[in-house]
Design a binder for this molecule. Sequence first.
Ligand code: DGJ
Length: 730
Amino acid sequence: MSISYIAEKKLFTIHTVHSTWQMKVGRYGHLLHVYYGKRTEDTDLSYLIREMDRGFCGYPYEARDDRGYSLDTLPQEYPCFGAGDYRTACLHVIHADGSQAAELRYVSHRIYEGRYSLPGLPSVRASDTEAQTLEIFLRDRNSGLEVILYYGVLEQSDVITRACRIQNSGEAPIRLLRALSCCVDFADGDLDMISFYGRHSMERNVQRLPVPHGRLSSGSTRGTSSHQANPFVILCDRSAGEEQGNCYGMTFVYSGNFLAEAEVNQVNQPRFVMGIHPDGFCWTLEKGEEFITPEVILTYSSDGFEALSGNLHDLYREHLLPRQFRDRRHPVLLNNWEVTEFDFTEEELLSLAESAADLGIELFAMDDGWFGDRNRDGSGLGDWTVNREKLPSGLSGLSKKIRKMGMQFGIWIEPEMVNEDSDLYRAHPDWCLHIPGRRPNLERCQLVLDMFRREVRDYLFDSISKAIDEAAASYVKWDMNRSLSDVWSAELPADRQGETAHRYVLGLYELMDRFTGKYPDILWEGCSGGGGRFDAGILCYMPQIWCSDDTDAIERISIQYGTSFGYPICSVGAHVSASPNLQTGRSISLKTRAEVAMAGTFGYEMDVRTLNGEEREQVRRQVQEYQKYGDIIRQGNYYRLTNPYENHVYAAWQFVSKDQTESLVSFVLLHAEANPPFRQLRIRGLKEDVRYRINEEERVYTGSALMYAGLPLPVLWGDYQSTHFYIRQI
Ligand code: DGJ
């Protein structure tokens, strides 16, 4: 049993293979957090809850002389605003009388095999033998406010998931101003928070800051998880690194506004909370109504970030990404966006496809520009019928010709958007998010459709399904190219407008669910101007996400590095593009561009017709290499061997097959030096006493030699040169 309850102590203990979570019902009924960290064998750890009568720290009314029992300093599982805890809270409500206090106390609990369900929301999937659930039922004595806390335990994955159901069992309405998904209180410790900030074309930069007195947060109020922040953070010891130290990963399974916030209180106890961002959020619960928070995935490692990322990569592959893609290699694709943008004809696409097919490329993805009057970014979005001027034989004609070349065919869509210059907008100007009487903020000349509206989703489902059928598509890229603003829905009354942003996301998930349910064999790729919606919510529906619109291989090294902390490599869309690169002007060899893109789903986004004979041969070999190494890359363990923020001379990373018989190491020289020192790269994850051969050379190395003495790196000449090493057990 991974979950146990000792009734006389009112003590709950959750064990995973390497971690323990403990909590206890306090003397006055509050659910107190006891411990989350390295596994401890069955011990009552509640000695960690220490009490002291401190000035300016209140206590519940019935505690009276028991003044050390203060919600201001006690560690809690689901803290509320307004009743004596002044730290960042999970729940903040307004009752019908205008009061804002809530105090949740334990009522009952339930433990069962399998997972809880969160209707309408994506979440981790596991069978009854793989997971257990603990539900704890809490109630506010003075109102109808009730909360069920869910703890999902995947013991073997070292993962605990959290979510909650907030319900109003009283007569009067309750308004939720803040309804976060989880809190982790620590008894002590100097912690750092690592968050992943960015901008369009430079996502998931790594920022590590000490958790301060006062609040440190990472979040998005853009309606999407965003380029600017990512709903994944790590809390860790000050000394934690790749291979050592306590660290905690927290991932929000959600694609809209989020908040991840940490603080240290007056007596040096760190608190962390995560959930839907409260800015702009307000949700009314009428009598009998409930609100379900999205899920947070928590994992712990005592051995640093490498093991933490490993837990998450395995969890995603086994329990989060659509199952049917788990063992499927991604087809190597060619995307025409950086080749043609909007300016193409059927003839041109066919000549590009023909050239790609000759190189062994397996799928042709037709990007933006195939529909409506889509000759620029200012028109056509919303009109999901083929543009016959560009494609006279329609989607089916083009698709047939491409499939005849032996390639699969795929299309690009951006369902959530509309241009004012479109038939859809002319017919339904009210279908977009807008505030009556106020001119909306524009981004890329487009407006956002109100995904909460059923008729909007139905229109999109019908018109896009038709296009997918006509195209006989094996692949669909779902793009989203702006942030939400003017968030107001004609479907909701004035006092419920604070629900619009979340209802948008629920509508989005409903539509994604419908599409992926109808077309389970299509390979869906998420995208939002590159990686503006790279999150666990999308990955429940789509097994891969276009990682960034920055295709410069050298910049990609750090984008992919940041992404790898929280997300598996098999989900990272990565392409070889032209040189000089369109975003940076940097010239990089074809070899390096390909080796970097192989740390992802691998494809090309360049005019392969312009390659000379030798380059064509090179691309053919690259496609074959990816086919050969695809399994290790997709299913193996991943190791960050260098940190691009610290090592500006070279970058290296490594994949190792689960059985440790094969490995692929990639090395890129970032900065060439005159008279360079010799370097040995200490690689990871091999078996110490097993003998390996590198690139089929004669010489044999033991795993321990390669891991501890190191693999001798070649002296390369010229910036941005690269090489990779295929290591195989003999
Ligand atoms: C943004 C995406 O990230 C690009 O790859 C491309 O699909 C464009 N949108 C098309 O408009």
